[in-house]
Design a protein around this ligand. Sequence first.
Ligand code: HEC
Length: 119
Amino acid sequence: MKKIISMIGIYVLCALASYGCNPKQEALSEKGGIWVVYDRECRKCHKVNGKGSLIGRFIAKIPNFTNTKWQDNVSDSRLIISVANGKKKMPGYKGKLKDEEIVDLVKICVRSFYPPQEQ
Ligand code: HEC
């Protein structure tokens, strides 16, 4: 019995870690347009809520897109360059995605988390 309880505990911890304490992971691609690309390319690291997984935040320094301070301090051009060329643990998307898609991902998707979305 003890074993089962600890197994459940581990499962819950893992689920929390990978979903960033927010288990509501509905498909963003339902919104259509550029969200289909976000869902396919960005969601696995940045998550549906834009906060990134807990582990990702601690280990890979994934930024929390819902953090107003962060949003206020980063320009569109810097973010577009980061997504195009990659930044540390994030791969670059130049060549893989169209330039307009990279711009929309930043201007529409990343900025939509500011102010934080109602969940
Ligand atoms: C493999 C995981 C991974 C994927 C996939 C990924 N990112 Fe990232 N992203 C990161 C990490 C890690 C960082 C933090 C980089 C750093 O500052 O060290 C980051 C940072 C960013 C930043 C902030 C850059 C800056 O200048 O501070 C933006 C914007 C961003 N990602 C957008 C995207 C978009 C849009 C996509 C999809 C096309 C995407 N990411 C896909 C891991 C990922």
